[in-house]
Design a protein around this ligand. Structure first.
Ligand code: CP
Length: 313
């Protein structure tokens, strides 16, 4: 594994999952490995979980961390061959190369514009970092996928499943703001490498890119999808087809106790942050079947597995 920007960077996903489980069992087992090594993290967008859990993961491995909000640094130019006479003071070519002198691994968070689908789906900024940095790049959520979250979700399902092949349902839910497709795209990618009974449910118009969903069952009737489910993974996303648009705010898609009653006493999952009583009712997220806090805890162990693998490379 040279980078960690999607599941496709991972040579042995099952091995990475097993390593995350090992890190969870003993978080300080490898605390000498990163001695003298530095993780740099660059945030183009807000974060709570990714920032704190990845920092903690690095510290658990003995690394140092330099974390920066992009607004605190120079505005960066990513295009080649331009006359730099605008507000952009530094080119990615120097910026990424210089950061590679200070850091052994670089993490980047960069959300999509939700206006230019082609550019977003090229994961433009993370791709530029991969091109010009001289160290491994870790996606802290890019414009199309969020692999640290998805590895965590897989780890969490393995922790809580009570049958060998659980039914896992990814359900769209309403939200007042247009959100990226990164988390659901990524969740689909990682679920596809398992043998789980995996179903996606969403209103018509919310189809994810076929490159992600090819071969996956899509059920437009949410009630039907929930029948017999062992895990409900709720997430809002904006339309991919009518790119970045909100097409529905239908409250019938909110995850309620009535909906959860259709399942096989399913565990409730969400990557967080979540809007209560929009995406999920209090009665569900506060119930004993909600595992969102344990899911967030697992972010640290997934990040440890990724950083350890890259350090050893
Ligand atoms: N789930 C997740 O990535 O959370 P943050 O946006 O707070 O990092």
């Amino acid at each position: 594994m040279n980078h960690f920007t999607s599941v496709h960077d991972v040579d042995d996903p099952l091995g990475l999952l097993r390593l995350a489980q090992e890190c969870k069992e003993n978080p300080l087992k490898f605390n000498e490995l990163g001695k003298g090594k530095t993780l740099g993290m660059l945030f183009y967008n807000s974060s709570l979980r990714t920032r704190m859990s990845t920092e903690l993961a690095a510290y658990n491995l003995g690394m140092r961390v330099i974390s920066m909000n992009v607004g605190d640094s120079w505005n960066m130019e990513f295009e080649d061959g331009v006359v730099m006479n605008s507000d952009k003071a530094e080119h990615i070519r120097e910026g990424a190369a210089v950061m590679s002198q200070y850091c052994d691994i670089l993490g980047v968070r960069s959300f999509p514009s939700l206006t230019d689908r082609d550019r977003d789906y090229s994961d433009y900024i993370i791709s530029k970092f991969k091109q010009h940095a001289r160290v491994p790049i870790v996606s802290l959520e890019g414009s199309t996928v969020h692999p640290l979250q998805s590895l965590t979700d897989w780890l969490t399902i393995e922790q809580f499943k009570t049958v060998k092949r659980p039914k896992v349902v990814l359900s769209w839910a309403p939200h007042p703001k247009a959100l990226p497709q990164s988390v659901p795209n990524s969740f689909v990618e990682w679920m596809k490498i398992t043998d789980y009974d995996f179903v996606i449910t969403h209103p018509e118009g919310y189809e994810l890119a076929e490159s992600f969903t090819e071969g996956v069952k899509i059920e437009y009737d949410q009630d039907k999808a929930f029948e017999g489910a062992d895990f409900i993974y709720a997430k809002n996303w904006s339309s991919y087809l009518d790119y970045g648009k909100i097409l529905s705010m239908d409250p019938n898609w909110t995850i309620s106790a009535k909906k959860m009653a259709l399942t096989n006493q399913a565990k409730f999952m969400h990557c967080l942050p979540v809007r209560r009583n929009q995406v999920v009712m209090d009665e569900v997220i506060d119930s004993a079947n909600s595992i969102v806090i344990e899911e967030a805890k697992n972010r640290t162990f997934a990040a440890m597995a990724v950083l350890k693998t890259l350090l050893e490379k």
